[in-house]
Design a protein around this ligand. Structure first.
Ligand SMILES: [Zn+2]
Ligand SMILES: [Zn+2]
Length: 292
């Protein structure tokens, strides 16, 4: 089975159903299962490359494909639903992994490595894992392109703050088949510099957070996280500046339990009008699969 462009998780930090929650959305998800269940967000780009590696990767790998060939992780930001120390431990316990798993962190997020190493809690363990060759940390710079696992990768600044206050990295990927994909999570309303960097890019694929779903009144251009209404405005704004075209495809992920079930969110997007197809993604969905 190939793992190209598979959503290993499409939920926000609390997941759906959230284990400690009995709200309407979580109860609906328990009752219906399937596409209503959302693990913490992660996109497997290829066998070798993933966007984030959150705490649910262990269980999602059992269902959607193991991580034995995974070599590189592009970290969007240091929130623990995206960047899990436990996954480094799990990697270090492999009996046959030969090379380190490389975590790519952008600019300020790279400080997390120093935070690990100087911490009384994680310092000695981090040094042990690095010495053992379980993982390796490498640095990316906003706006600078690097080739990672055959994919040209350019991080752009997101309007979302991680665990150590850093801006998130959203990733512009040029895939080996020539398609472009922008991974906008977590992002909030795009910063002016990010709109500018994406102007006229005619993306093939946009994967965007839609964290708050149908939560109303979060503002025209919410910081930190998007909702369905902001996503709608964003899609139109990106279309107007040539970032999206009629042949682009948009996928929504990183969805929380605050206001809407998956079915409600999907129905809402289906009755709005967009310049290109928009799909509310689900765990296990492969990009392109929604068209068959
Ligand atoms: Zn998140
Ligand atoms: Zn809930």
């Amino acid at each position: 089975m190939n793992n190209n462009l598979v959503f290993y998780g499409t939920g926000a930090a609390e997941a759906i159903p959230s284990p400690f929650c009995s709200c309407r959305v979580c109860r609906f998800a328990r009752e219906h299962g399937g596409r209503e269940e959302r693990a913490r967000s992660m996109l497997r780009v290829s066998d070798e490359l993933s966007l984030d590696l959150g705490p649910d990767a262990v269980l999602r790998a059992m269902r959607f494909g193991d991580l034995t060939k995974l070599r590189h992780v592009l970290v969007t930001h240091t929130h623990l639903d995206h960047f899990s120390y436990d996954m480094m431990e799990v990697r270090s316990m492999s009996l046959d992994a030969q090379e380190p798993l490389v975590f790519w962190l952008t600019d300020e997020a790279f400080r997390a490595v120093e935070c690990f190493r100087t911490s009384e809690f994680l310092g000695a363990e981090t040094d042990r894992l690095l010495k053992k060759g379980a993982m390796e940390f490498r640095r990316l710079e906003y706006g600078k392109t690097e080739t990672v696992a055959g994919v040209r990768v350019t991080p752009l600044r997101g309007n979302h703050r991680g665990q150590i206050g850093e801006n998130s990295a959203n990733y512009l990927l040029e895939l080996p088949d020539g398609r472009t994909l922008y991974y906008g999570l977590d992002t909030g309303w795009y910063l002016p510099e990010t709109f500018e960097a994406l102007r006229g890019r005619a993306l093939d694929l946009l994967v965007s957070e839609c964290t708050y779903g149908l939560t109303p009144d979060r503002g025209e251009q919410p910081e930190g996280h998007l909702d369905a209404f902001a996503c709608e405005r964003l899609i139109h704004a990106l279309f107007e500046q040539g970032t999206l075209t009629a042949s682009s495809r948009v996928y929504l992920t990183h969805i929380n339990h605050h206001a809407s079930t998956g079915a409600e969110l999907t129905a809402w997007f289906a009755q709005r009008s967009f310049p290109c197809p928009v799909t509310v993604a689900w765990d296990g969905m492969r990009i392109g699969e929604e068209e068959r």
